[in-house]
Design a protein around this ligand. Structure first.
Ligand code: ASP
Ligand code: MG
Length: 465
């Protein structure tokens, strides 16, 4: 019988209502499902914020985070589960785990710092909670389901924060721990994002890593397909919240999808592609809010006659930090140093550009990382005894990337885009362009993002008014 790995992201399990919808989808499929689930949306961010607060001795902050997580998860348990035994068991599990989290926070507070290893331990709690709640919601619907912690099934190296799976060992464990459940008609609900070293220490694959987990499970179990469920109808030509006329790209190759992911299409994590590509497993991107829609199919060799369209990818909630030197001493080594220390501190840098004439590095960061990033950079420069650098912060920026489909438009997407932005009067703060003429990214003021995306969508002939 067909085996399909289903991955549900944070928005698909963000509250009781959405978890119920997911359980509904899973009880209606006509194949054997294996589930990989993310933490409820926003939970991983909160867990990490709590760890940072603990390290800085801000006790009330981490206590409030823990209390908020308790209320939110117990709320979902209460709303979803009617049988008192399940409510007690799952509710008790939630309380135990969050008690453990508080203990971890307290030890971080005592140490006054959090290691990458500690951060992984803290970050792993979200998926532990969501997987148990979803499994119980399935049992509530008379399906047989069991929550499984990936620390039992996925073996990784000890690169905390960005672990790599050890595939042979993982496969053995998946076959021993997960396969027999599937054969008995039980739906395994596996935690995304996390794994454990051979000696059992919790690791994570890095932010957004649940897709990668699903791909590892798909490859390890020789699945027929892997479906990634989110809150949009697959990969679209633009964000449908901005452009209601945005169209779904029906079929893409693995490498086209990876390109889009690289530019920030958050429907797919770049690393995801690796295990499924190697195994040639088809991937489907679907909408848990609109399960009737077929979504986007991603395969090794798409049909030659499929429709090819470019896509506009926009991201807001960003901030621009310009790092430079007061004289002309800013150089590539300093850029490398800055990027390296941010990467080591798990700060995601969605885009950067380097300007030598102005002696600076423009870093586009997520708003919530700004304070932390500045602190990390400051510490790094202090350590290197570089004291003539400057920081400039420009809050509320967005990035807009246009990723072309080769052969779609011979005029070249890049010049087209520049002309359009000029016509609209969008202020371009920074540009990053691929060596190919197909892709280009702009950093622009956040309040101009929606208009810019709509304008480009129409201007590129993709529709809209
Ligand atoms: N919960 C993790 C995160 O927010 C992993 C994921 O959602 O894929 O990064
Ligand atoms: Mg997520």
């Amino acid at each position: 019988m067909t085996l399909i790995i289903h991955k549900f992201g944070g928005t698909s399990v963000k509250d009781a209502e959405r978890i119920a919808a997911v359980a509904e989808i899973l009880t209606q499929v006509e194949h054997r499902p294996v589930v990989v689930v993310s933490a409820m949306s926003g939970v991983t961010n909160q867990l990490i914020a709590g760890a940072r607060a603990a390290a800085e001795g801000r006790d009330t902050v981490y206590r409030e985070i823990k209390a908020g997580l308790l209320t939110r998860h117990l709320g979902a348990v209460d709303a979803l589960l009617t049988q008192s035994r399940e409510r007690l068991e799952v509710g008790g599990f939630v309380e135990d785990r969050l008690h453990e989290l508080e203990r971890l926070y307290r030890s971080i507070a005592v140490l006054g710092e959090v290691t990458v290893r500690g951060l992984d331990a803290v970050s792993s709690f979200g998926e532990q909670l969501s997987s148990h709640i979803l499994a119980a919601a399935l049992r509530e619907r008379d399906a047989r389901a069991e929550a499984i912690s990936a620390t039992e099934a996925i073996v990784t190296d000890d690169t905390f924060g960005a672990a790599r799976p050890l595939m042979a060992a993982t496969r053995t464990r998946l076959l021993a721990r997960v396969k027999p459940l599937v054969e008995r008609g039980v739906i395994p609900v596996i935690t995304g994002y996390i794994g454990a070293t051979e000696t059992g220490v919790t690791t994570t694959f890095g932010r957004g890593g649940s897709d990668f987990t699903a791909a590892i499970v798909a490859a390890g179990l020789d699945a027929d397909e892997m479906w990634i469920w989110s809150d949009v109808d697959g990969i679209l030509t633009a964000d449908p919240n901005i452009v209601p006329q945005a169209r779904t790209l029906p079929e893409l190759s693995y490498s086209e999808a990876a390109d889009l992911a690289y530019y920030g299409a958050d429907v797919l994590h770049p690393k995801t592609v690796v295990p499924v590509v190697a195994a040639g497993i088809p991937l489907r991107l679907r909408n848990s809010f609109n399960p009737q829609h077929p979504g986007t199919l991603v395969v090794q060799a798409p049909h030659a006659d499929r429709e090819r369209l470019p896509a506009i990818i926009s991201t807001n909630g960003l901030t621009l930090v310009a790092v430079g030197s007061r004289d002309d001493t800013w150089n590539l080594a300093l850029t490398a140093r800055a990027l390296q220390c941010l990467s080591a501190a798990s700060v995601d840098v969605p885009m950067f550009s380097q300007s030598f004439s102005e002696h600076m590095l423009n870093l586009v960061l997520h708003e919530q990382d700004q304070a932390h990033a500045l602190k990390v950079l400051q510490a790094e420069f202090d350590r290197a005894r570089i004291d003539n650098f400057t920081f400039g912060v420009k809050e509320k920026v967005a990035t807009v990337s246009i990723v072309g489909a080769p052969g779609w438009n011979t005029k070249g997407i890049v010049s087209h885009a520049f002309a359009a932005l000029g016509e609209l009067g969008t202020r371009v703060i920074a540009v990053a362009q691929a060596a190919t003429e197909h892709n280009v990214s702009f950093c622009i003021p956040e309040d101009q993002m929606a208009d810019t995306v709509r304008f480009l969508h129409r201007d590129l002939g993709l529709g809209g008014e």
